[in-house]
Every structure is written in structure tokens, then in C-alpha cells.
Write a protein that binds this ligand. Structure first.
Ligand code: SAM
Length: 309
């Protein structure tokens, strides 16, 4: 009997209880081989309270840049005329529409979970893209009207259903960004080596990495530090790579990328609250295992262009 699979199933069932019923149905339908993936993804999006918040991703972006500015000499990213690569943007193309709105020349996203056509569906446009546009206007001003935004998205934004290691943007990126994605990539160093080849020599980047369990914000290290990574994967699956902050730093260095780590959130007491398995104690200091979120950013913070809108 596969006890790991049973543990994993129990975990999935416990997650299902926390979601709206129509979202659960969409998620079940997604796994059935005969269903139309696009319509299921559309249902999943329009019933997901989290995805539909029109200013959620704008808020993350602004918070991260404000944090970097208050903890160093970060100059906000300027998208005007730039080529942009986003890793793991998620089902609503992540920060891509924002980059287009702020004048990016071309934006390319890679996400293995992307469903072709779902983002352009009229239901998604009404439920998300239009409100997102209005949130962009509130935040950055009326940089363009909605028809222009819509057509620029069609012309300038491409997302491919592949992982970072296979990305082929067709340009050298001026800016590379990701939000809570690198912790999901297995074989991170190889993926980052591919990233290095896709970026121009002066490229700026900002990658937010979340080292928690992605389930419980109040106890982000619970279920991670009580066991080895192997046991974790048996019980909870391979949704996160379980690399810690120093490992991610080494993966950037090994890929030849000069990344600077800025710790955002280090709740030491929450790491201390977990009965820590020797695996973690032998390899990391308490300070290292206590990092919940960190930004990995280009070492040269200064922008080459004018300031961002
Ligand atoms: C937690 S979600 C974050 C989505 C979005 N950035 C956001 O903040 O809402 C992580 C995303 O990374 C994607 N992902 C996983 N492995 C990847 C890989 N090798 N390359 C690119 N994206 C990947 C997943 O499909 C998922 O959409």
C-alpha cells in the first residue's frame, strides 16, 4: 500500500474544504481527460475570489518595490520601451498586463499551467481584465484607454505553456520578474542558467520567493521542518522545491547571475515553534530557516532609463 499517496490525498481533501464549492467543481473537472481545458480554466478563474481581485498583483508589486526602496537604493523598474520576461505569471498573465500598460515593448511569460485561450475569453475579460485595467488607471494614471490596452495585450504579451528551462522569448530581456514562483521550480539552478541566457547584460530583476508551506500564513514552517524533504514530498507532493534562502542564493550564483538577497520577513519565533528535524538543524542556522520571504534582486539597482510612471 502506498502510504505516501494516502497522506497526499488526505492533504488534498483538507484543502478542498477551504475553497468555494464551484471552484472545487472546476478543479475536479480540470482533471478529467475529456473536458475542454479552456472552459474549465475559465470556470476556475471566474469562481476564484483570490484571482479576481483586480489590484492584488499591483499591490504585491508596489509593496515589494517600496520595501526595496526603504531597505536600499532600489530605483523602481521602468517598463517603458523595455522587454520583459515573467516566470510563472499564473492563469491571469501575472504582471504582464501591468507591464504592457506601463509601456513595455514586449512581454513574455512562461508557465507550465497556462491554458491557451482562457485569458482572452470574454468571461475572463469582464471578470478580471476590465477591472484590472481600472485598477491600473487608479494606480498609475490614464496612460492609455481600454481599447488600446486590449490591443496592446494582444500584440505585445505572449505566455507559453512551458517551464523556464524551455523559455524562448525571441528577445533578450531588459527586465525579469517573478512573484512566488522560484520556490516551485525543481532543478532551479538549471532553470536559472537558462534565464541568464535570456537576459541582456544590464538586465534588472526582482524575484519574490516564499519559503513557507503555502498553506498556513500563521504557521508557515509547520509540516516543513518536522520532517525531511523526502517525507514532505510523500505527504504533500512536490509543489515546492524546499530549497532555503541560501540554496536559492547559491543557485543564482551557480547560474552566473549576480543576485542580491533582501530578506522581507524572518519570523524566528515561528521557526522555533516547530519541532525541528535534524535534517534542517544540521544544514542551516536558525536565521536561515526563519526566512519566510525574500527578494532576489539585481545587484545594480540603478535604472538605465528615466523613472517609472
Ligand atoms: C504560486 S503561483 C504564482 C502565480 C503568480 N505569480 C501570482 O503571484 O499569483 C506559482 C506559479 O509558478 C508556475 N511554475 C511552476 N513551475 C514553473 C516553471 N518551471 N517555470 C515557470 N513557471 C512555473 C506555476 O504553474 C504557478 O502558476
Amino acid at each position: 500500500m502506498n502510504f505516501g499517496a494516502i497522506g497526499n490525498l488526505a492533504h488534498r481533501l483538507s484543502l478542498v474544504r477551504k475553497l468555494p464549492p464551484r471552484l472545487v467543481l472546476a478543479k475536479i473537472a480540470k482533471r478529467l481527460p475529456w473536458v475542454d481545458k479552456r472552459s474549465v480554466r475559465v470556470a476556475e478563474i471566474v469562481h476564484s475570489p483570490k484571482d479576481l481581485q483586480p489590484d492584488r498583483l499591483i499591490g504585491f508589486f508596489q509593496t515589494q518595490e517600496a520595501f526595496l526602496q526603504s531597505h536600499g537604493d532600489w530605483v523602481p523598474l521602468d517598463f517603458a520601451g523595455r522587454t520583459v520576461l515573467e516566470i510563472g505569471p499564473g492563469p491571469l498573465a501575472g504582471w504582464g498586463p501591468m507591464a504592457v500598460f506601463r509601456g513595455a515593448e514586449r512581454v513574455y511569460g512562461v508557465d507550465p499551467d497556462w491554458v491557451e485561450g482562457a485569458f482572452a475569453d470574454p468571461a475572463v475579460e469582464a471578470a478580471y481584465l476590465k477591472p484590472h485595467f481600472e485598477a491600473l488607471v487608479r494606480t498609475y494614471g490614464a496612460l492609455m484607454d481600454y481599447p488600446t490596452f486590449r490591443s496592446r495585450i494582444r500584440e505585445r504579451l505572449v505566455v507559453d505553456r512551458i517551464g523556464l528551462a524551455d523559455a524562448a522569448p525571441g528577445f533578450r530581456a531588459d527586465i525579469a520578474i517573478s512573484n512566488s514562483c522560484l520556490e516551485h521550480i525543481s532543478g532551479l539552478q538549471d532553470a536559472l542558467s537558462a534565464l541568464r541566457g535570456l537576459c541582456g547584460p544590464e538586465a534588472r530583476f526582482m524575484h519574490l520567493v516564499n519559503f513557507g508551506n503555502h498553506r498556513n500564513r500563521a504557521a508557515p514552517f509547520e509540516t516543513i521542518y518536522e520532517m525531511t524533504p523526502e517525507d514532505y514530498r510523500l505527504r504533500y507532493g512536490g509543489h515546492i522545491n524546499l530549497l532555503r534562502a541560501p540554496d536559492v542564493g547559491r543557485a543564482f550564483a551557480g547560474a552566473g547571475i549576480d543576485a542580491h538577497m533582501v530578506v522581507v520577513d524572518r519570523p524566528v519565533e515561528l521557526a522555533e515553534a516547530v519541532a525541528m528535524h535534524g535534517y534542517w538543524r544540521e544544514r542551516y542556522t536558525l536565521d536561515e530557516v526563519s526566512i519566510r520571504t525574500a527578494l532576489f534582486v539585481s545587484a545594480g539597482a540603478r535604472d538605465r532609463g528615466t523613472s517609472a510612471p
